[in-house]
Design a protein around this ligand. Structure first.
Ligand code: PMP
Ligand code: GLN
Length: 385
């Protein structure tokens, strides 16, 4: 079909997301797909059984706009039990179509023309387009390589009277690092006395390793009172295709969030919400996740030993960065493509999450895979020299 007029794009610099690009390339070349983050094993069969139960028993019409109350109540209990913060299930929790929608909604609810939003590079790729579509200006601060820590002096220096929002993400995609209690204290200090709103992307809240405690902003009252906390059931319950997540925020912020939410999606999948409300009643379903993925991480790292790749074990998420410095000096985007085509393993080049041109010679590998998948990939990766 021919569209007769030229289009002035609202997002001239945006192409197709790297997750789609690399997954398609993996399929095309029949490579093992360790690029886009999703498990290659199924979720607990109890979950689809519950969804089916609620579908069969007639829960097939619109859910309430903010989500079914039973699910919001159990999330309020979870947030209180884990992080000591009390949120009102009625007014301060909303169920969303994945974390992506929650992020877009929170940004849209707050950001106006000319507002500045600080993000940390490498930054998850949905933040900047959402900021720009709302007329905001993205201020990029690079995490300090090789450990990808935040330089808080840089953050203080970047704050201006137009700074309206800071977006943090812990555990962090793509680096697998986590923020510390000290980071949260610094964040408290730099935002004190400002009207900066925080989006805390905590989709990997339960995927954290080596006995570390997840530093949710909910643990810090003076941060929680200015924050949208966003999480995703897709990560926690091995069901990324269900696209269901939630947002927790103080009432005044949530009122604005829902003004957007109700016209973006209105509500999300009803039987899945009922199923999750039931499933979440057993905390071990999410509390064991860190242990589960720590074993996967360690298994993958063990398999990679003896290869030319260098690594620092991920502290959280289901991603492991591998440095290929000893193998090649190519740009990571080129190397990732070559690795997919010639070695048969697809990964994600980390430089695409930076505004500035960088090449740290690192690729991100998703280890949310069956052991046999990891074994097959490792054989191919170990053969590289
Ligand atoms: N934030 C981060 C950091 C993510 O990694 C992802 C997806 N993997 C999302 C948000 C989006 O989550 P969802 O699939 O629930 O939309
Ligand atoms: N968040 C997932 C990842 O980092 C992918 C999500 C997506 O494909 N949009 O791989």
């Amino acid at each position: 079909m021919h569209y007769p007029k030229p289009i002035t794009s609202k997002l001239p610099n945006v192409g197709t997301t790297i997750f789609t690009v690399m997954s398609q390339l993996a399929t095309h070349h029949n490579a093992i797909n360790l690029s886009q983050g999703f498990p290659d094993f199924d979720c607990d069969p109890a979950l689809p059984a519950l969804v089916s139960k609620f579908m069969q028993s007639g829960h097939n019409q619109y859910a309430p706009m903010a989500g079914i109350l039973g699910l919001r109540e159990i999330l309020a209990e979870k947030t209180s039990a884990l992080y000591g913060a009390d949120y009102d299930a009625e007014q301060e929790i909303t169920i969303t179509a994945g974390a992506t929608q929650a992020i877009f909604t929170a940004i849209t609810a707050i950001i106006r023309e000319g507002d500045e939003v600080i993000v940390f590079d490498p930054a998850y790729d949905s933040y900047q387009p959402a900021i720009e579509l709302n007329g905001g200006i993205t201020i990029h601060i690079q995490l300090q390589a090789p450990d990808y820590t935040i330089d808080w002096t840089k953050v203080s220096q970047a704050i201006t009277p137009r700074t309206r929002m800071i977006i943090i993400n812990t555990p962090h995609n793509p680096t697998g690092t986590v923020l510390s209690a000290q980071d949260m204290i610094k964040l408290t200090e730099v935002t004190l006395g400002t009207d900066i709103v925080i989006i805390s992307d905590e989709v990997y809240e339960h995927i954290i390793f080596d006995d570390q405690a997840h530093q949710s902003v909910a643990r810090y009252p003076s941060l929680a009172e200015r924050s949208f906390i966003i999480s995703s059931f897709g990560k926690t319950f091995h069901a990324t295709g269900w696209k269901i997540g939630y947002c927790v925020a103080p009432k005044a912020l949530m009122v604005e969030f829902r003004k957007v939410h109700q016209f973006l999606v209105f509500c999300t999948n009803t039987p899945v919400q009922f199923a999750l409300a039931e499933y979440l009643k057993q905390p071990h379903h999410y509390l064991e996740l860190g242990h589960f993925y720590q074993q996967k991480r360690d298994y993958f790292i063990g398999l990679i030993k003896g290869s030319q790749f260098e690594l620092k074990p991920a502290a959280g998420t289901y991603f492991q960065l591998l440095s290929y410095k000893k193998l090649s000096q190519e740009k990571d985007t080129d190397y990732a493509i070559r690795l997919t085509k010639e070695c048969g393993v697809a990964s994600i080049p980390v430089s695409v999450f930076f505004q500035e041109a960088v090449n740290h010679h690192v690729l991100r590998f998703c280890f949310a895979k069956k052991n046999e998948t990891l074994e097959k990939a490792a054989v191919l990766l170990r053969n590289l020299n």
